[in-house]
Design a protein around this ligand. Structure first.
Ligand SMILES: [Zn+2]
Length: 766
């Protein structure tokens, strides 16, 4: 009977049962006493700690610095350590660096200067000079330098629970970050006034991370895969020209020694001002200093607690503004440092965006725990604890386009946002770019939309990842790819994971379950070192949503979403009486007869006369298939008598049954989001979880019973799934115009003028 069909039964016979819904199992690291199967830190979780005392002096005459540091390293691991590894990031820019050697290069018909410079590299004296590494008695400790990593061979193994202290004396020439060598730290020279603006990051020898999941993370720094860093406390003394303004990670310990009385007074006002930034050093004051160029020196002292890194900036060109933001019962100082070249944009937006970002991110994770959050204008974007370097400079006449303005706001949100991921939720960037960039880009998207509901966000909405998902298969890699090996870096490590999280939140889990689980992940791992497993597991553990298929498809796979609505069949239940049925059948038969007689000219067809046996003639004449027989009536009455009231009601409901068939053309399984548009002008959206694909990953059908009559059907009406071909999402079929890009022909300006990495150009030509 009609209620007896098992949904999905037919699919048991389907082929192609691959593994899209299998649990990740061995694809994830095993849980252990350090990291639980729930995704939380285990009962024996440990992490190392490294405290630093640093004295550094900036030489503004020859753009170099020299520093001395004392490192106190705590071995909280259960393992004795024979040696320690220290990161020497500056060596990535040295003459003998492997970075230019491992960059592919080729000759194009037209080459620009930057492409040639990348081939020629440089002859500058860059990279660290390590003058000494000593123990606390002043005795040299043997070290081995392997490019960007230095091994410190301890006199005896550092046992579990022990700490060791040593000092490092070093110096290096600061490079011009506006040159082809690039990078985030370095200096910018302003020829109009003859001054320098220094952004000092990756500037001191930093401890590598020793962890339960990686041992020493000593993969070389090649410029792209960022950092794995150990938490610790910092006391840093920075000596610079007396007229410089310095911004840094941590809290300034000696404001009365380095600020003027007027600046001190304004600083005190800023601490009590919550509604707008207070300018502490004005543009007019900075312009005066630009001309005078003091030869005196001043030492700024900063302390920072529980940070994984320390960065600073220094220039006499700096304007400085600040305002207070309430966070978890405490005040955070949101601040900006920028040269006059960044105005009027920066005094208007930067610090306000910093304050907005802290509030937006904190609401979804945890209260911002640090005392300051600083945005520095440095023509790029790079993050460090409490301080980041950002982009957004108007034209020389002070005018700016929307692209500059929104670009600036986006970069500030993004880089300030990095305080949460990875500065506090301290993932290993050298291995997994997506763990900080992907999560942060997702958070950035939400903060942008909260800043302005019509904010032109570049990344986040599902449909924005479509061009990437549609790109050539040999340029696609899983999100779970090492930072250094990613071909399409921005789409793979920023946009795709951010989009995946938007889809998880909006389409798969729903906001309530997602937000709780995401916050749980952030809180479990704040001030700790999470791995991808900890993220994947926590999101399931806190939501009761099986997401293995989602991680498998979106993070471990490269397939795109392309689901096609193949057919729609319309059925009605047969509730006619036998008499009505016979009448309908007769009508249909007569229609057919009529059709045949009109179609063929009977006169032209030779008639065959068959003589029928008289014994059977009567039977033929008396049999009429449209006559109701007593047997028909009895069968119907018996059937009706067996029906329960509920079954009778259903039989007479007049429901329309729509059988929709879907094909998975792209490979990536996703929920079916189906908009049924009715004849009466109304519509309705049905949401079918992705698990409908679990018996047959290529083809499924689904029946909807509706009182109303359906006029048309649209798959994924809100463009939530990143479907790469929307032309097969309509019933009846609709023709959707597609766009194509025009390129200049071979030898045209496209390659030569863009000024970016020649390596990438070479790749894209293959
Ligand atoms: Zn980033």
């Amino acid at each position: 009977m009609f209620l007896g069909i098992q949904p999905g039964f037919a699919q048991w016979s389907a082929q192609n049962h691959a593994e899209r819904f299998e649990q990740l199992g061995t694809m994830l690291r095993s849980p252990n006493v350090y990291r639980t199967a729930s995704g939380a830190p285990g009962h024996m979780y440990w992490q190392q700690k490294a405290d630093h005392e640093i004295s550094v002096e900036l030489n503004d005459d020859n753009q170099s610095i020299k520093g001395w540091q004392k490192v106190t390293y705590y071995n909280n691991s259960p393992d004795p350590l024979k040696y320690l590894w220290i990161q020497l990031d500056q060596n990535e820019r040295a003459k003998d660096s492997n970075t230019p050697k491992t960059a592919e290069s080729s000759i194009n018909p037209r080459m620009n200067l930057r492409q040639l410079e990348n081939i020629l590299w440089h002859d500058l004296d860059l990279g660290y000079k390590i003058h000494s590494v000593k123990d606390m008695t002043g005795k040299d400790i043997p070290v081995t330098i392997n490019h960007t990593m230095m091994r410190v061979d301890l006199p005896q193994p550092l046992l579990p629970g022990q700490k060791t202290e040593f000092t490092v004396d070093w110096s290096f020439n600061i490079h011009d970050r506006m040159s082809f060598i690039g990078g985030r730290p370095g200096y910018e020279y302003f020829p109009n006034d003859g001054n320098y603006l220094y952004t000092m990051a990756e500037w001191f020898p930093r401890m590598a991370v020793y962890s339960d999941f990686e041992g020493w993370q000593n993969k070389q720094f090649a410029g792209r895969g960022e950092f794995a860093l150990t938490f610790g406390d910092y006391k840093v003394k920075i000596t610079v020209p007396a007229d410089h303004m310095v911004g840094a990670t941590g809290v300034l310990q000696n404001p009365q020694e380095v600020l003027s009385p007027t600046e001190l007074q304004r600083w005190e006002t800023a601490k009590k001002t919550y509604d707008k930034p207070v300018i502490i050093r004005t543009q007019a004051e900075a312009e005066k200093l630009e001309k005078a160029k003091s030869k005196d020196k001043k030492t700024w002292v900063f302390h920072a607690e529980n940070v994984r890194d320390f960065a600073w900036t220094s220039s006499r060109k700096f304007i400085w503004d600040a305002m207070a933001v309430k966070q978890g019962g405490k005040d955070v100082m949101a601040m900006s440092y920028y040269a006059k070249e960044a105005n009027p944009l920066w005094e208007q937006y930067s610090t306000r965006v910093v304050a907005h970002t802290i509030k937006s991110y904190a609401a979804k994770t945890f209260d911002y725990p640090y005392p300051t959050a600083i945005s520095v204008e440095a023509t790029n974007g790079m993050e460090y604890p409490m301080i980041c370097f950002n982009y957004g400079r108007p034209d020389a006449d002070g005018t700016y386009s929307d692209a500059i303005k929104y670009g600036m706001i986006s970069v500030i949100i993004h880089e300030v946002g990095h305080n949460f991921f990875p500065m506090i939720v301290n993932s290993d960037e050298r291995q997994w770019t997506w763990m900080d960039e992907g999560l942060n880009t997702f958070m950035q998207y939400m903060a942008e939309q909260e800043w302005d509901r019509n904010y032109p966000s570049r990344r986040g909405p599902a449909h924005k990842i479509v061009p990437y998902m549609r790109s050539e298969k040999n340029t696609l890699e899983p999100i779970m790819t090492n930072s250094e090996n990613i071909i399409q870096f921005g789409p793979n490590a920023y946009a795709k994971p951010a989009t995946a999280l938007v889809i998880l939140r909006e389409t798969i889990m729903g906001r309530e379950l997602f937000d709780y689980a995401f916050k749980e992940y952030a809180q479990r791992w704040m001030f700790k070192h999470p791995t991808p497993e900890d993220f994947f597991r926590t999101m399931e553990d806190a939501s009761a949503v099986d997401l293995d298929w989602f991680w498998r498809g979106w993070f471990f796979g490269t397939e795109p979403v392309d689901i096609a609505l193949e057919t729609v069949n319309w059925y009605k239940m047969d509730n006619r009486t036998p008499a009505e049925k016979k009448a309908d059948e007769k009508k249909a038969f007569e229609r057919e007869e009529d059709y045949i007689s009109k179609t063929f000219n009977q006169k032209d067809v030779p008639q065959t006369v068959v003589e029928t046996d008289p014994a059977t003639r009567d039977f033929y004449n008396s049999y009429n298939p449209f006559t109701l027989t007593p047997e028909d009536e009895k069968a119907y009455n018996d059937f009706m008598a067996r029906l329960s009231p509920k079954e009778k009601e259903l039989l007479n409901s007049g429901l329309n049954f729509y059988e929709l068939k879907f094909k998975n053309l792209g490979g990536l399984v996703m929920p079916l989001i189906i908009q049924l548009n009715y004849v009466d002008g109304t519509s309705e959206v049905e949401r079918i979880p992705a698990e409908i694909w679990r018996y047959d990953e290529w083809e499924v059908s689904k029946v909807f019973a509706k009182k109303k009559e359906v006029k048309s059907v649209l798959l994924d009406p809100y463009r939530e799934t990143a479907d790469i071909d929307e032309s097969n999402n309509h019933w009846p079929q609709q023709y959707v115009p597609s766009r194509f890009e025009m390129f200049k022909g071979a030898g045209g300006v496209r390659g030569a003028a863009s000024g970016d990495n020649p390596m990438k150009r070479a790749k894209s030509k293959k």
